[in-house]
Design a protein around this ligand. Sequence first.
Ligand code: PA5
Length: 448
Amino acid sequence: KTVSFDYSKAGKFLGADELQNFKTITLNARDTLLSKTGAGNDFLGWIDLPVCYDKEEFERIKATAKKIKEDSDVLLVVGIGGSYLGARAAIEFLSHSFYNCLDKSQRNTPQIIFCGNSISSKYIADIKDLLKDKDFSINIISKSGTTTEPAISFRVFKEMLIEKYGREEANKRIYATTDKARGALKSLANEEGYESFVVPDDIGGRFSVLTAVGLLPIAVAGIDIDELMAGAVATREEVLKKGFEENPSLLYAAARNIFLRKGKNIEVTANYEPSLHYVSEWVKQLFGESEGKDNRGIFPAALDLTTDLHSMGQYIQDGARIMFETVLDIEKSPAEILLKEEETDTDGMNYLAGKSVDFVNKSAMNGTILAHTDGDVPNLKINIPDMSAFSLGSLFYFYEFTCGVSGYILGVNPFNQPGVESYKANMFALLGKPGYESQREELLKRLG
Ligand code: PA5
């Protein structure tokens, strides 16, 4: 079973006639995507990836994951943005909630620690503490090979690895996922003999979770990557073949843009399952970096519920009416906890005796959806059948396809990210990087 889309609670904000009126524009956007005639069409490798990936590399990923499992207590995954979020989303969604805290005997796989996604000295120092006395390996992931955040972490931990094992053995514990032929990391990998994996030329970072970028760390965590791909294959077939009215991805892309045109500028992706936190982060990156440009776009926000109902819930219910909400609903929880009756009903919860915690969670979700709808926050729902690798593969592809179509409806190039360069240029100038001398003077003056 694949993910499905439910807009039945969108209420007055999404009439059947409005969706019909949006049919042509949505189908045109889909055709632009599939005929590869739109802006950014050299970054569409993700469309066919689930059915035409490099099978030899896929097997090498599995073999490498096995080696890392055997010789490492910790895998350090070094990357940022699209070179980080997919793997983290999958591992957090599909693993034990306390994966890294379990005894190795309970986990049977290495701890996975992500770094290179900030420039925090404390974070790096804390990982150094954690790695003392542990066997570890590094998966450095960077398509360009020159991104500052991962490059800094890689320097620190590569040095630590060499100190611990000597250069030759250290090189056997470094796995580089990068461009197949170009870039600083590829050159280093060639020089030092690191095992390398490829970020395909025609797949941008945020669409790369089903390449080696995501698959190697995911496989090290013991997740079945065949199942992940199978879920993506199933949804690919569905969204490529189905007509507008039955197509979850086309309907979602249309609904988002209809809301935007009604002034709903923010999409709140809401989950009721803590393990979905990083899936929501991945969604935020996918939509934010793909659509937020040319002074346009829906601002992607995310909430973890019911946690945030006790904080942001007030705003969603009652603040400025500028958002719509998309709920990620896990249809079947993998765990059943039944509530028991207590002799003295101090907290007044005895009426729930015999009910499951998941029933309570679902009731909270259904009640909240209606409350938000009553508060003029239109609701959309994405149903995720269960917490399996298959369902997650389906969800990843569903979002990627929706994003491509939605970006073309919006009229932007969903596959570039010119805006992320501005902070880098200023940071380089302030750091004194050669070539940025004139900007440096100007920025220092502005900073006073
Ligand atoms: O989606 C993207 O393209 C970005 O988020 C990149 O993945 C991110 O900037 C990291 O880039 P790189 O893999 O070149 O280090």
